[in-house]
Ligand binder design. Structure first.
Ligand code: FES
Ligand SMILES: [Fe+2]
Length: 464
């Protein structure tokens, strides 16, 4: 076996790079919840077929907890946010200072969508015949009462669905039988207790239509194996192979070292080159930070980040471990929510583009800290069409070029999967643990398991 292949299996090397005191402070990092070894085959039908999309609508999008918006996007009582998923639409409402409700976005009279856009109103009013509800969903106004004599007022309650909050995000679940959000997330809040995503604000939120199925789009981010080929510039700054991947009920986590070149990066790399790459500097751009001679890049980046955070968080930043200031803690909550841990600013969400199984919506949020008591207003959402690039959203900075490198793969992924001769993809044993975990959950939610899948028609598990 070659040296690089061996490196790909060094599961604990991430932890070995941390001082023991870090693991005493952050015991969650040391948890060993690997998937059992073994590659996994997933049929292309499971990934891109219309049939899979229809099953997702029936078994996932109407049953699973989904992040609908940030609390800060509906800060005032009466603020209403439209969350669309496939052919369904819901309204998330701040109905009281600390109360969120969600309603099916469809008028019980003749079915008109109640809200087409986000906005604020003291009530929910249908634009067709003016039936009107309170923010709690009680009917307030029935025009021409004598026209509706066969139903009492209570029958006109607006159909409400479950909501929950975590980390400053509002989640919805259309399934009245669903377990609580708290139970669904399991130990995720414990992992984030030092990182408090609720104390962040949206400094950027960009939605882009992508030319591939939503699962293909999100899987492009769920491993760092591709960095060597798709983002070769990032091999200067990310040890993308010695990753630690663990699974926890409905979520997974991959950790990797930053400010540390990849084992696949050959030759000497200077500390300055590592720092420039960490800042996503383009070759012609001026340096943002000068690394003094003899200071390791990792130490330099950690202290630069500590001082940056000190402006908003104060001296509590002195308690932060180097790994929290530098490294990648990338979480995925089934089915489509991807909050990054520690003080990285990223969160992603992926979903089908309306009822189209061949295109998707990818969203990038940058969530930044702010001074206590001085929450800034969230920045508005930028919408990019299928023909635009992330780099057309200046608020994303140079990281947008990295997203665009991923997006370049999307149409080729879709066409390649549609043309597949084998009818399947093969997930690696180790580097693609998060994707394997996703498909284990996916099959469970869709009513397939590995044993039954061989007998099922389509989508099916292809014998490896
Ligand atoms: S369809 Fe909504 S009031 Fe008639
Ligand atoms: Fe990527």
């Amino acid at each position: 076996m070659s040296e690089v292949q061996n490196i790909c299996k060094r599961y604990n090397s991430f932890l070995e790079a941390l001082p023991p005191s870090t693991l005493e402070k952050l015991p969650e990092l040391g948890v060993d919840n690997r998937l059992s070894p073994g590659s996994m085959d997933v049929s292309t039908d499971e990934i891109i077929s219309r049939e899979a999309h229809e099953r997702e609508k029936e078994h996932i999008w109407t049953k699973a907890w989904q992040m609908a918006c940030r609390e800060e996007q509906i800060p005032e009582i009466g603020d209403q946010y439209v969350y669309d998923i496939c052919d369904k639409s819901y309204i998330v409402v701040r109905s009281a200072e600390n109360e969120f409700r969600a309603f099916v976005n469809s008028c019980p009279h003749r079915g008109r969508q109640l809200r087409e856009y986000n906005g604020n109103a003291a009530q929910i009013r249908c634009g067709f015949h003016a039936l009107t509800w309170s923010l709690e969903g009680e009917i307030k106004h029935l025009p021409c009462l004598n026209e509706f004599t066969r139903r009492g007022k209570d029958d006109w309650r607006l159909p409400q669905i479950k909501t929950g909050t975590w980390g400053g995000f509002v989640f919805i679940n259309p399934d009245p039988e669903a377990e609580s959000l708290e139970s669904y997330l399991g130990e995720l809040p414990e992992h984030f207790k030092r990182w408090k995503l609720e104390d962040r604000y949206i400094v950027a939120h960009v939605q882009k239509i992508c030319p591939t199925n939503w699962k293909v789009a999100q899987e492009a981010f769920m491993e760092s194996f591709h960095v060597t080929t798709t983002h070769p510039q990032a091999t200067l700054v990310q040890n993308n192979l010695d990753v630690k991947g663990d699974v926890f009920g409905n979520f997974s986590r991959q950790m990797s070292l930053l400010a540390t070149p990849s084992p696949q990066k050959r030759g000497d790399v200077s500390n300055q080159e590592v720092v420039d790459a960490a800042l996503n500097l383009l070759p012609e751009e001026e340096k943002l930070l000068e690394v003094p001679d003899g200071v390791p890049a990792r130490e330099f980046m950690a202290e630069a980040q500590r001082e940056r955070l000190r402006v908003t968080l104060g001296d509590q930043v002195d308690e932060l471990e180097q790994t929290e200031l530098v490294d990648i803690f990338y979480y995925t909550v089934f089915p489509n929510f991807h909050p990054w841990g520690a003080f990285n600013e990223l969160t992603y969400r992926f979903r089908p583009n309306g009822d189209d199984h061949r295109t998707s919506i990818m969203e990038v949020y940058y969530l930044q800290t702010f001074k206590e008591g001085e929450r800034p207003a969230p920045n508005p959402t930028t919408h990019l069409s299928i023909d635009q690039w992330f780099s057309e959203a200046p608020e994303l900075g140079n990281l947008a070029w990295v997203f665009d490198q991923d997006v370049l793969n999307f149409p080729a992924m879709q066409r390649g999967l549609e043309s597949s001769a084998t009818g399947k993809i093969v997930l690696t044993e180790y580097q693609e643990i998060k994707i394997r975990h996703f498909y284990e959950l996916y099959r469970k939610w869709l009513g397939y398991d590995a044993a039954a899948a061989g007998a099922a028609s389509r989508p099916r598990l292809v014998a490896g």
